[in-house]
Design a protein around this ligand. Structure first.
Ligand code: PMP
Length: 349
């Protein structure tokens, strides 16, 4: 499959914005109406200069870390920017449709609504895996442009089975997005290694979770070079600021801390899940391959409110399909987790 054939004709034909900085980065820079006197506040970065629109250093860094090529990497303001751009690239407003697998991350549907793109649902099974018995019905009619899969899935926390992901990528006739926001907590390998075999595959990742950098807003899409080239054309020229770029590049020099923190969060997760399973008010703790877990709790909505009143904020997910009475609980620091367990025992006593 040629993924470019799925791109909207106006985007394929688009001539991107160009600046002199695309060709020249040094010398006396009088091309971009910046302020050569510098920023009004002292700062070690050259904040009076626009940042690199091509993200050359960061793309090389993340490609080396994830085992792909820089031309397969897009960098955006959170993976939410990548999701938004995928709609702009592939989906004709008012005409095209996408498929999402509830219960899952809500942003796919929100982005679809923003772009006036119809959402078809392909619900997960009761144990939150892909349900091939309903695939034909969910994708009947005009071919959907994008199928969104999330593994580990939010809010359920489980990995989708690898064989199912492979089957989806191999058989779906459009773009398949595998959202790997939580992949560094997973026992499964990233799908980035499959990119060369599947031109319709897009993998999204983020520095917001395992890297602990939600505040800098940095997310990635990994895809066929021609898809990435079109995303680069459509993005705002300077979508990432200098401070974010610098910190993101530096983050890949701290992979020992990454591994240590992931290890600690997984141990804390297992401790919390075991403690939750023993609470009388907890009916089920779903399997987790992420830094959060889904617990089914008697009177979940009341427990959510009482926990918040006691100073511990979790997420009520009871309105999501298949998640009745569900609380999604993020693993905190060991001290925070001790307090969570104490308060949870109090409000469910
Ligand atoms: N995908 C999933 C599954 C998420 O849970 C989140 C954040 N909640 C995101 C993507 C977006 O992450 P960010 O925009 O911070 O990269």
């Amino acid at each position: 499959m040629d993924p470019v054939s799925l791109i909207r004709p106006n985007i394929r034909a688009l001539k991107p914005y160009r600046s002199a900085r695309d060709d020249h980065h040094s010398g006396i820079l009088l091309d971009a109406n910046e302020n050569s006197l510098g920023p009004v506040l002292p700062h070690p970065d050259a904040l009076h200069r626009y940042p690199d629109p091509h993200h050359t250093a960061l793309r090389a860094r993340v490609a080396a870390f994830r085992g792909c090529r820089p031309e397969q990497v897009f960098c955006g303001s959170g993976s939410d920017e990548a999701i938004d751009l995928l709609f702009r690239l592939f989906c004709e407003p008012g005409t095209d449709r996408v498929v999402v697998c509830p219960p899952t991350y809500g942003m796919y549907s929100v982005a679809a609504n923003i772009h006036d793109v119809q959402v078809r649902t392909w619900p997960l099974t009761p144990d939150f895996q892909l349900d091939w018995s309903t695939f034909e019905a969910a994708t009947a009619g005009a071919t959907p442009k994008i199928l969104f899969l999330c593994s580990p899935n939010n809010p359920t926390a489980n990995d989708l089975r690898r064989a199912d992901l492979e089957r989806a990528v191999a058989t779906f006739p459009g773009i398949v997005v595998v959202d790997e926001a939580y992949i560094d907590f997973s026992e499964q390998a990233s799908f980035i290694r499959e990119l060369d075999r599947h031109p319709n595959l897009v993998v999204t990742q983020t520095l917001s979770k395992a890297f602990g950098l939600a505040g800098i807003r940095l997310g990635f899409a990994f895809a066929h070079p021609s898809v990435i080239a079109h995303m680069m054309k459509v993005k705002a020229p300077y979508n990432l600021n200098r401070m974010t770029l610098e910190l993101a590049e530096a983050a890949f020099g701290h992979t020992d801390t990454l591994a240590r923190n992931v290890d600690l969060l997984k141990r804390e997760r297992d401790r919390l899940m075991a403690a939750f399973a023993a609470f009388p008010a907890v009916r089920k703790v779903h399997v987790s391959h992420a830094n959060y877990f889904l617990a089914i709790v008697d009177q979940a909505e009341r427990v959510y409110r009482d926990l918040a009143a006691a100073g511990v904020v979790v997420r009520y997910r009871g309105n999501e399909p298949g998640c009745a009475d569900g609380l999604r609980i993020t693993v905190g620091s060991p001290e925070e987790n001790d307090i969570l367990l104490q308060r949870f025992a109090e409000v469910t006593a």
